[in-house]
Design a protein around this ligand. Structure first.
Ligand code: 5CA
Ligand code: ZN
Length: 431
């Protein structure tokens, strides 16, 4: 599938050092690389295309965009892959409830997402893959897991064919035959796993499973639902295996970072890693990186609750997308935080203050419009911003450093500052 338009990224004098990023599996900061060869492959879990793009989605993709920008500045060759979950229960339910064909809903919402990402200056993935494009590959992977004993069938009497079976992943078998262990990525205890499994699409009480946490790999065709013929029966893929297959196909065993929101730590990323290890015999990703949850009106912004602030609605209201991006960057990517009007207002004010760096519009810190000094030396600021971003993508400190510099150099145009704000933070002041 096509992604969205690429943007020029200004090159900066000197280079960032390789960034440290918090690894959920190791529970500490780690160098975001696998092999020291200045190559990075990142797989970020993409949207399920309905109710796109809310501020939580945007914050997650802006976080991994920041990582990509820092890597590039450090001289890394970055390969970025993202999926679109265009076949999944909630999307199909929404399509049915609204009387829309699920393909039309997915296509329309994916386009909205592209437009939102482009407006927020998120660099496009090199590969942007809808699940519906890779059904055969996923079915092949499921067949391989069955053939190698990592998957088993569970009778599915409610399927179109009552003799058909669903296919499940055998956690115990994978733990004995691969380097993967349940809990190695999430570090959750058994109770927490069971709770999140039930809350996040799992079926702990399904009769016939060997372990309550065994996740679905392939769902036999159900009445009224889309299905595809395959050697594991007519049906559709389970959720976690889609990401394992797309990541392995486009990144091979060079998955430097598996990324997404903290709501994906378990079961999604744990199981994706398990499936991938059962397919390759190797560990999946070198680092598992997770963003905090954005809340609105006191609760996690989520499609199921409906407490959404959509990027497209803000844009329609005339909000500058650069202010939306700055509002997100004002929070550390790993913290949970709440979207409010005040957050946006602060970002709008900050954007106006920073405008002085271009030597054009905006109020100087002392209100001294028209008294611009050309070419202020911002090399100290570049070093400070690189230091903050290199230490677990600390964008709030980077923004504070820019605020301080602007306040200390009233009315000073600084081309290096304008370039670094574009290259590292994705905000084009000169626009
Ligand atoms: N399609 C799956 C991933 S394979 C999915 O989780 N889709 S999603 O549309 O629900 O979410 C898309 C991305 O946004 C995921 O990485 C998810 O973790 C992240 N996300 C969802 N809600 C929030 C939120 N409130 N705050 C921050 N990130 C969020
Ligand atoms: Zn995923």
């Amino acid at each position: 599938m096509h992604s969205w338009a690429s943007l020029p990224v200004p090159s900066l004098p000197g280079a960032s050092t390789p960034p440290l990023v918090f690894d959920t599996a190791a529970q500490r900061l780690s160098l975001a690389e696998c092999s020291g060869d200045n190559k990075a492959g990142v797989y970020v879990c993409g949207i399920t295309p309905y109710d796109a793009t809310h501020l939580g989605h945007a914050a997650t993709y802006i976080a991994f965009d920041t990582l990509q920008r820092v890597w590039r500045d450090a001289g890394y060759d970055v390969r970025y892959v993202q999926n679109v979950t265009d076949i999944d229960d909630p999307l199909l339910e929404r399509a049915t409830a609204t009387g829309v064909d699920w393909r039309d809903l997915a296509a329309e919402q994916t386009q909205l997402f592209r437009d939102d990402m482009e407006s927020l200056r998120v660099l496009p993935p090199d590969e942007f893959i809808a699940v519906s494009e890779v059904i055969d590959e996923i079915a092949d992977a499921v067949e391989q897991l069955v053939d190698t004993g990592y998957a088993y069938s569970v009778p599915a009497p409610s399927a179109v064919d009552p003799d058909a079976a669903d296919v499940y992943f055998d956690i115990a078998r994978a733990e004995s035959g691969t380097p993967w262990r349940l809990g190695q990525e999430s570090n959750y205890d058994a109770d927490t796993m069971l709770r999140f499994f039930a809350e996040r699409g799992g079926d702990p009480d399904r009769e016939g499973k060997r372990n309550r946490l065994d996740p679905l790999l392939w769902l036999a065709a159900r009445p009224g639902e889309p299905s595809w013929p395959s050697r594991v029966g007519s049906g559709r893929p389970g959720w976690h295996v889609e990401c394992s297959v797309i990541a392995l196909r486009h990144l091979g065993d060079a998955v430097t970072v598996q990324g997404g929101g903290s709501d994906l730590i378990f079961p999604h990323h744990e199981m994706s890693a398990g499936h991938a290890s059962a397919l390759t015999g190797k560990h999946f990703a070198c680092i598992y990186s997770h963003t905090g949850m954005v809340a609105y009106q006191g609760e996690k912004m989520s499609k199921s609750l409906g407490n959404l602030v959509l990027v497209s609605r803000l844009r329609e209201r005339g909000v500058d997308p650069r202010a939306i991006r700055l509002a997100v960057l004002a929070h550390h990517y790993r913290s949970d935080w709440e979207w409010t009007d005040a957050v946006l207002d602060e970002a709008i004010a900050r954007l106006a203050r920073w405008q002085s760096l271009t030597g054009s519009a905006g109020d100087g810190a002392d209100g001294a419009l028209g008294a611009y000094v050309a070419d202020g030396d911002a090399s100290d600021l570049l070093a400070a911003v690189r230091k903050h971003l290199g230490f677990d993508l600390d964008t709030p400190s980077a923004l504070d450093a820019i605020d301080d510099w602007v306040a200390a150099h009233p009315g000073t145009a600084a081309p290096v500052a304008v370039d670094l704000i574009d290259a590292l933070l994705g905000i084009d002041l000169a626009r």
